[in-house]
Design a protein around this ligand. Structure first.
Ligand code: 13P
Ligand code: SF4
Length: 334
C-alpha cells in the first residue's frame, strides 16, 4: 500500500490523491475489484459513468438486498452515506467503503436523533416506521424500516388499529397515509431538497407542449406534483413503468440520474426532466449523490478508504428494523 496519511484522508472524508492522468480508470478499477473480491453497488442517481461501471445498479431496497446477500469481501458503495451505512449494518463482517463520506442526504439530516427521540416520547406505544433515508441512530430508534418501493406494503402489513409514527419524509408519509387510509399515523416534518424543488407551473407548461407525455413522479415530491402525476413510484418502479407503458414521452419528476437507465432501456423514447422552480439551477441533481466520481471510486478501491464504521451497540439495534423490512419484502416477493 502507498504511504498515505490515513488520518488526513479520514478527516477529508475522501481519498484526495492525485492520480496519473494516463491511467485507464476503467481497467484499473476492473483489475482492483477482481484482486480484492470487491462488489461495486450504485444507486440510480449516480453519474452515468459510475452506473455503467457498477456490478449492480438499483434503488434503495434492491441495494440493501444486494448488500445483505453478497459474497464479496468488500462492498464499495456508490451512493450516499445512509445507503453505505445500511450495507454495513447488514454485513458487519465485510469492509464497506464509500468514495466520499461527506455524501450525505438532506432528508436524513432533517431528522436528528435527539429531536426524534423527543418526538417519539410524545407518542408512547406507537410503532415507528422509518424510511431508510435516515442515520443508523434513527434506525436504532425504529421498529421497522421501509423504502419508497415497499412503504405501502410495510404500513399495510400492520394491523389497522396500530398507531404509527412515520419518519422522516412528510411527502412520502402523506402519500402512503392517503393510499392506505391509515388515519392513526403521525408524520415527521422532513423533506428532500431535490424532490421539493419541482415547479408545478413549469411541469404543466411542458405538458401543454407535449400533451401525449406521461408525468411520472417519485413519492418524495410534494402533493401538488403527485396530484398531476400519471404514475407515482420509487426509482425502480418509475423505470419499470417507462418500459411497460406504451407512451413514448415521459416528464420525469425525480432526481436527474435515473434518466440514464431510462434512456438506456428505452432508446427510442423521450425523457424530459421535470423542471425545478428556479430555471437557473440544476436543482434536480442531488449534490450529495454527485459527490461520487470515478477518480474517488478508484482511489477508494485502491487505498480501501474511507471505510464505513459503526458503534456495535447502534448497529445491532439498527439491524432489527431493517431485517424486519427485508423479511416482509421477501414474503411479498418485493
Ligand atoms: P429510492 O427508494 O427510489 O431508491 O429513492 C431513494 C432516494 O434517495 C430518493 O430520493
Ligand atoms: Fe437524500 Fe434527496 Fe439526495 Fe435522495 S435525492 S439522497 S433523499 S437528498
Amino acid at each position: 500500500m502507498v504511504n498515505v496519511n490515513k488520518a488526513e484522508l479520514i478527516k477529508k472524508g475522501f481519498v484526495d490523491i492525485e492520480i496519473d492522468k494516463s491511467l485507464d480508470l476503467h481497467s484499473e478499477i476492473n483489475k482492483l475489484r477482481k484482486e480484492k473480491n470487491a462488489v461495486i453497488l450504485a444507486h440510480y442517481y449516480q453519474e452515468p459513468e459510475i452506473q455503467d461501471i457498477a456490478d449492480f445498479v438499483g434503488d434503495s431496497l434492491a441495494l440493501s438486498q444486494q448488500a445483505a446477500s453478497t459474497s464479496a469481501d468488500i462492498i464499495l458503495f456508490a451512493g450516499v452515506h445512509f445507503m453505505a451505512e445500511t450495507a454495513k449494518i447488514l454485513s458487519p463482517q465485510k469492509k464497506v467503503l464509500i468514495p466520499d463520506s461527506n455524501a450525505g442526504c438532506s432528508l436524513a439530516d432533517s431528522c436528528s436523533p435527539d429531536k426524534f427521540a423527543e418526538f417519539k416520547n410524545k407518542y408512547p406505544g406507537y410503532t415507528v416506521i422509518s424510511y431508510v433515508n435516515t442515520t443508523a441512530e434513527i434506525k436504532a430508534l425504529s421498529d421497522i424500516t421501509c423504502t419508497s418501493s415497499n412503504a405501502f406494503e410495510i404500513v399495510n402489513s400492520l394491523p389497522k388499529e396500530e398507531n404509527v409514527i412515520f419518519a422522516p419524509d412528510k411527502n412520502l408519509g402523506n402519500y402512503i397515509k392517503s393510499k392506505t387510509g391509515k388515519e392513526n399515523m403521525v408524520i415527521w416534518d422532513g423533506a428532500c431538497h431535490v424532490h421539493e424543488r419541482f415547479s408545478l407551473e413549469r411541469i404543466l407548461e411542458l405538458k401543454k407542449q407535449y400533451p401525449q407525455a406521461k408525468i411520472i413522479a417519485h413519492p418524495e415530491c410534494e402533493q401538488t406534483i403527485l396530484i398531476v402525476a400519471d404514475y407515482i413510484g420509487s426509482t425502480s418502479a418509475l423505470l419499470n413503468y417507462t418500459i411497460k407503458d406504451s407512451s413514448n414521452i415521459f416528464i420525469v419528476a425525480t432526481e436527474f440520474g435515473i434518466i440514464h437507465q431510462m434512456q438506456k432501456t428505452n432508446p427510442n423514447k423521450l425523457f424530459i426532466p421535470a423542471p425545478p422552480d428556479d430555471s437557473t439551477c440544476a436543482c434536480n441533481d442531488c449534490v450529495f449523490m454527485k459527490m461520487i466520481t470515478l477518480k474517488k471510486l478508484y482511489n477508494t478501491l485502491k487505498y480501501e478508504l474511507p471505510e464505513v464504521t459503526l458503534k456495535e451497540e447502534i448497529r445491532v439495534k439498527a439491524e432489527i428494523p431493517i431485517r424486519r423490512m427485508l423479511e416482509i419484502s421477501a414474503k411479498l416477493g418485493l
